[in-house]
Design a protein around this ligand. Sequence first.
Ligand code: SF4
Length: 319
Amino acid sequence: MAQVGISNTEVQNAYSCELAWGFGFHPDLNYQKRSFGGARERGIIGHAALETWYKGLRDGEAPDSAAQRALSEIQAERTKELKAGEFADFDRVDMLNWLYTVLTKYFEYYEGDAKHWEILEVEAFHAQEFDNEEDFYLPSRLDVTIYQKAGQFKGETSPLDHKFTYDFWQPYKLDLNSQFPLYILALRAARFAGKPKPIVKRVIVNQIRTRLKNPENAPPHELFKRSFKAYEKGFMDEVFNNHMKSAVRLAYLKRIPWEEAVSEIRAALGSMACQYCDFKDVCKATFEGRDTSEIIAATLKKNEYGYPPLEEIRRERAS
Ligand code: SF4
């Protein structure tokens, strides 16, 4: 029986609403919205540009050149949108202008990243497997993994996680976090060619603040902040145990056909989660007992941001 991957993201989704989790993560469905507006699209395009920049640095490209390639991706989106003439989405053009300005500043401000850090991996998958656990594993996709060549934490390996955020995070968001302890645990289990067993103590939360509408003249400290956050062992163990409890149920639901799973699933109808839910229409149709195929075809598509199978991650990490 193949092991089922249960990620932190899907556990978080299931905490909000198990039905929404099912629409997004059950293998028979695995849907996402056809298009995302505003903040989510900014995050997706921004992550892609940062991926280009850090892959360039990883491969020894000059920071200027990597920055130009990353910015040209945003420029290409902008040109495509403007070509639509009177049908162009000018809110989207504004978002792209904002991103172009802010990431231009980012690449200047953090030009020295490659001097202080060795970029080990960009957008890499990890799979944590557990002793005596044959049912599921924990997949993670880390934005960037760095080895600190210099500075206060010299010799440590850390995940660098990008967050496009309206405001810089309050301490509680760092303290009461499940994603980062699991990333730290994933990296502790990883090995990197030519390097000793990694020392992994902290995550670097790479915050890009979206609050300022006109960022042209903003000083870098109003736009960028990096939080270096370590966690106590006891806290990480409890986060891990908490994840395992949810993973048992979600692995079970993933193994049964959707028609059976949906009859067991709890929906958080009328909760705060509904306000931001991508699946409102298909949820309503499901509750009304209607055929959902037309709604799905019109508003959803198969999720492109999944995890490769465990065997593939194992093979990739072993090579
Ligand atoms: S609309 Fe509400 S109840 Fe329905 S799937 Fe979304 S979060 Fe769950």
